[in-house]
Structure formats: C-alpha cells, structure tokens
Design a protein. Sequence first.
Lengths: 264, 264
Amino acid sequence: MNSFLIKAENIGLQLNQRQILDNISLTINPGEILTLIGPNGSGKTSLVRVLLGLLDIRQGSLQKKDQLVIGYMPQKFHIDAVLPMSVLRFLQMGNKVTLEEITRTASSLGIVSLLEQPVQSVSGGEFQRVLLTRALLRKPDLLVLDEPAQGVDINGQQQLYQLISKIRDDYGCGVLMVSHDLHLVMEATDQVLCLNTHICCTGHPEAVSKHPEYLKLFGSSLDGMAVYTHNHDHSHDFTADSEIPNCSSCEKNPLQKEHDHDHG
Amino acid sequence: MIMDEFIWRALIAGMLVVLVSGPLGCVVVWRRMSYFGDALAHAALLGTAMALMFDLQPLIGVVVIGGLISYLLMSLQRKKDLSSDAILGILSHGALASGLVMMAVMQSQGERIDIMAYLFGDILSVTWEYIIWLGIACVVVLSFIVRLWESILSIAVHEELARSEGVVVDRVRLIFMLLMAVLVAVAMKIVGIILITALLIIPAASARRFADSPERMAVLAIVFGLISVVMGMFASMQWDTPAGPSIVLSAVMLFFASRLKPVV
C-alpha cells in the first residue's frame, strides 16, 4: 500500500509559548492537489515548513516516501540587486540540469525569452513562473507552492492555477499549495484543508466552500475578498470520524474542549 | 625606482591575499555580512594576543576566537530583543578592546609586541617563509570556495530554498566562517585588522557594475584587488605612505572610478 508522498499525524507545534499548529493530520498522495487555506497567522507557512523538514516538531509524526524529491516554491522573495544573476543562472544554481532541459521546461512555462535577463528585472508574475520552473527542474514527486499567486493579478492567477493543474497532469506529481483564496483555486484543487491553528474543515473544494466553519472564517462573500471577523466561541472534536468534510461535529459535540485564539 | 626584494615579497603577498578576498568579499557583500567581517577582524587581535600568551601559532588563536565570536553571535541572535548589528557592534568592539588591553599588559611584562603592525599591517616585513604559508592558505581557502560555490550562492539567494533542496546550510556557513577567519589571519599582516573589511568589500563593490554573473563578479573583484595592491604599493614607494592604507585608498579610488560606468 504505502503509496502516500507525505503523511502527517497529529502534528503540534509551539513557538514562544504560542500554539502554532494543533493536532494536524494530513496525507498527500501522488497526482493529488491539496490546497491549504486559512487567514493570516493561521499557521499555513509553519505547516509547510514542518512538511519540508525546515522546522522540527516535537508532537506528532511525519512520514515521507523514500527519497521523496520536493520542488519547493517559496513565497515571493527578492534577490538583492547586488547579486548579478540571470534567470538562466538562477535556474542552474545548485541544479545538475542540462541547458536543453532548462530550455524545454522554461518554454513550457512561457519564460524562455527571459532566460538571459537579470533575475531582478522580471515582473512578479514572471518571477513566480521562474520559481516554478526551478522547482520542476528537480523532477519532484511533490511540488510545494507557498502562495504561488502572490503579486499576480486576477487573470494571471487563474492562468497560474490552470498551469499548476496542467503540471500535475503532465508530471504526475503531488501538489501542496498555500492560498488565501478558495474561490480562485477551486477548480485547480482536489482537496482543501482549511487551517486555523487546528484543522477547521477539510474535503472537496465545493463542500468546504459551503461549510459553516469556512464561512465563519472567510465570510460568505463570493468574491472571496471579504474581510472576516473571527469570533471563535465554538469548539472542535477531532476524535469523530474523518468523513469528508469532517466538520459536522464542530458545533454539536457535547465533549467539546474549549479553546480560544486570537489573530494578529 | 629600484625594486628591492622586499617590495617583490610585499607585492606577491598582497596579490595572494586579494586572490582570496575577492570571492569571499563578494559573498560578504551579497549576504550583507560586512559587520561580521569587522567583528572577525577585531576578534583576530584578541586571538593573536592569546596565541602569543600561550605560545601558539597566531592562526590557531585567530580561528578559535573567531569561532567563539560567531558562536556568541548566534546564541545572542536567538533572543530577538536586540538587532544583529547591535550585537555585532558589542562583540566586535568588545573583542578589539580586550585584544588591545591584553597586548598592552603583555607589553608591560616585557613582551615585544608591535601593536601598530597588527592594527595597520606591515606588508613590507613579510618573509619568503610567510609567503609560502600564505600560498598554502590561499590554495586551501580557494579550493573550498570553488567546491562550495553553488551552495554558498544558493544560501545567498534564499536560505530556506537552499535548505529545502538539500544544502546543508549550517555546515556551509560554519566552513565559510572558518575560511573568513583564515583570511583574516593571513591578511592581518597585509592591511592590518582595521582595514581588512575594506579589502573584502571595496573590490567586490567596484566589480558589481561590470559583472553579469556571480562568477564574473568574483573574478573582477580579484582583478580590482590586484590593481589596488599594485597601485597602493607604488604610491607607498613613491611618496613614502603607509602601504596598507595606500592599498585601501587605491581600492576606494577605483570604486569611485567604477561608478563612472553607466548602469546597463
């Protein structure tokens, strides 16, 4: 059996006496796109860092497929102008790939014309594609994309998500991505995990988007841009079944543990 | 002008040092570590004093104290209530002051120590034996730089990305720190601890506008360094100015000249 890429069980993380992640379990399978959504400060990036092995955990367990190759695309970052580097050199850096492979991958992502340009001169959307190309050149089993659509306009975002689905089809890799916005990623994702320190709800995107927990976090506005107000006065019980979606127990279970959290 | 043998020795020694300080200086500039370079240089005075006291090779003292300073820096940085540059300022000047005090104490006990030679260098006094040691040190440091170049570069671009791609970031950083300490130890004689950082940063900064790749910047930093050494030595002979500061002053003039080149 054992076909998963990553399997996390009951992960908990505390930093500076603050609970960042609480009892998180998830499985990522090959060829599957899992999207993490959640408000700022909900622990999305921390969870990604745990899964990448950049943060150690003391609670829970993390299993990875043998020799799992991960292509990681970090949140948009800036390469200082003092470092002269072309896009091509950036793609080659630390990668044992041929020029031909680079050209092929770059042209499938539409950035082949940028290869000779300084990496600082490309636009936000272009740089995201450059980062994606770099991740793909590693021939990953799993792509991890942290806010891939950051700094990309709405049209570009839709294209980017379509591109990600296409990559999944072409490469057969699993994809874990972090997003703010469920409605834009809806079509591109198989599974959604709504995070707010704990797992609020999880399941197919349509189900999650109608889920009361999700609506509570993000509001019901269909443009997905609503400012949410977060009053957590309910509790969860995760010992219940893991049916999808698994939040039906949220507000009814008598054995609730009280918890409260605040977001910066 | 008569070229005495000691001038040749000084020229060769200076050139060997910039062969190493060129590429290391680029990394220092890319990673904004110039304050760290200063701290290491200042620690070198304390390291030398300790070595003299215990009758050890100065290099050992410099590397040990340099390592200690780096360790202190890392452990102080972990508590986030002070900024790195404040911590570096404290460590750097603390090391300088304790080195000066220690040397003065040893002087008063009858040791013959020329503090000025440590502070400002004494390139004209290098011996052939010193040059052989310098040559060996340069070959060792350069071969490490070449070997670790891709990893060093990846870390300069994005530490987490590098880590997620399997670069052993902590080990590379430790080795880099040791290479810096070795450079400081050998360059002390050439420009003195006060001006070592200048030799790292200025040629690298001058190289930036002429470089379109990290490697070219490193090579050009060496070239600018070589020219500075020759110019500085010439000035020192011609006008009887101190050699170390003359070399640094030549580098500064080259830097401003390099600014005349328009940005592409």
